[in-house]
Ligand binder design. Structure first.
Ligand SMILES: [Zn+2]
Length: 440
């Protein structure tokens, strides 16, 4: 068995200078391709008065117009099936994924044969960084229907792991697989990892002792990067949790945690990242929180130039202790889920951080955004931990004070429920309910 540390050492450990030179060369060609082959980009560059030849250094990317989900959807509908952002003929496209999109028509993300092979090679690289090896048994418990995470099982196979194509199946069947085949690695969402572990316990299976899972790869929710959430899942399973990030619009495999688990390495030989202030659209200072903007560097079926992801996070370009030089991202929430309360940006992940760090609580929570006197407020429901006997008012006040200390604002109200009263999520947890009329 190979004992190498990296899947692709040359690419993953190149100096920042070489990496940025490499990105510049790739992007110069990619912008030219977009302008020459995509009807949409030709039009949008012309309207903005920029040409690929204006790109003389990496930071010149800021001269080019942004794209977003709305534009992506509109251009797709304008010229079905794939839209006019594409840079190849449909006959060259071999795969499409669709984004789950919370609203409206799903948007399709096309891949050529080469795009798809590169996507899976990057997936192998990210699995390898998380410690997956050919002697692992991997159970792929993600949805296969149009979901961009579906094909990632091929990345695990190409790495050499024994792969079990489970898909999104009922938890009883999945637990049967875990018991009978004793896989060592599973991929799911943080809420489902928690749910599945609790369900196993109810059936008399102790996930920490009776099952062999030692790595849980999670994506789709911020929980995988919230220490307290990760620790709770890790204790339940006696396994390590690795956060992962991918978006259909760009590439399935965008970033994943290495053994250091201090941020997610972004595949910078495929994606250029910028961090902007979502109000001014200007770049934020190095290391500050903002909206992540991605530009593809080599996905030819449909280039994405300055795609506003709607994800809020930070980027760290310092070399990691694992030896990799690719920047690490940390996602703290979605722009859509951000509440502005008394001028403060409140993300559900900030609340989760507080709730999961209090021993008095079960860790489950639900936020309801409301409008009061024309401004946004939020109510917070939490559950007491099993065995906790404190008066509910005392507990509610404690939660409220902790939130005030971390976020700078208090919830309008904290409601303490008994253990088990909040609904348990299976896949993506619905933890924010918006009852505001007209939004903010
Ligand atoms: Zn690392």
């Amino acid at each position: 068995m190979s004992m190498r540390r990296y899947w692709n050492e040359e690419i993953e450990t190149m100096s920042r200078k070489d990496l940025e030179d490499y990105q510049f060369r790739l992007l110069s060609e990619h912008l030219a391709l977009a302008y020459e082959k995509s009807q949409y980009y030709r039009q949008s560059f012309d309207e903005a008065g920029v040409k690929p030849s204006d790109f003389k250094k990496l930071s010149d990317i800021s001269k080019f117009p942004f794209v977003n989900k709305h534009i992506e959807r509109e251009r797709q509908q304008k010229k079905p099936l794939l839209g006019d952002m594409t840079a190849v003929a449909e006959e060259e496209v071999v795969f499409v994924s669709a984004s789950s999109g919370s609203t409206g028509v799903p948007t399709l993300s096309p891949f050529t044969k080469k795009d798809f092979e590169e996507f899976q090679d990057v997936q192998s690289r990210l699995f390898w960084a998380a410690g997956m090896r050919p002697n692992d048994r991997y159970v792929h418990a993600l949805n296969f229907t149009l979901f961009v995470g579906g094909p990632d099982v091929i990345g695990a196979q190409n790495l050499g792991a024994l792969c079990i194509w489970a898909g999104a199946i009922p938890s009883d069947r999945l637990l049967f697989i875990l018991k009978e085949f004793q896989p060592t690695v599973i991929w799911t969402t943080p809420s489902y990892a928690w749910y599945l572990g609790e369900t196993a316990k109810k059936q008399g299976i102790d996930p920490a002792k009776d099952l062999s899972i030692n790595k849980i790869i999670v994506a789709g929710e911020p929980g995988g990067s919230i220490d307290a959430t990760r620790q709770a899942i890790e204790e339940l399973w006696d396994a390590k949790v690795y956060d992962f990030y991918g978006i259909s619009d760009i590439f399935g495999a965008c970033a994943g945690m290495c053994s250091e688990r201090n941020g997610l390495h972004l595949v910078e030989d495929h994606i250029l990242v910028e961090v902007i202030n979502p109000d001014t659209l200007e770049p934020v200072a190095e290391g500050e929180r903002g909206e992540l903007v991605f530009t593809t560097l080599r996905k030819t079926a449909r280039p994405m130039i300055r795609f506003r992801t709607g994800d809020i996070g930070t980027v760290n370009r310092e070399k990691c202790a694992c030896g990799r030089t690719h920047a690490r991202i940390n996602i703290t929430g979605r722009l859509d889920d951000m509440l502005i309360v008394s001028g403060v940006n409140v993300f559900p992940s900030d609340i989760e951080y507080v709730v999961r760090n209090m021993e008095e609580l079960s860790g489950e929570y639900r936020i309801t955004a409301i409008t009061e006197n024309f401004t946004t407020k939020f109510k917070l429901e939490v559950e007491r931990a099993l065995g906790n006997q404190e008066p509910k008012e005392v507990l509610a006040e404690k939660v409220s004070a902790r939130i005030k200390a971390r976020l700078g604002v208090r919830p309008r109200e904290v409601i303490v429920l008994e253990n088990g009263e909040l609904p348990r999520a299976t896949h993506k947890a619905k933890r924010l309910i918006d009852e505001r009329n007209g939004g903010f």
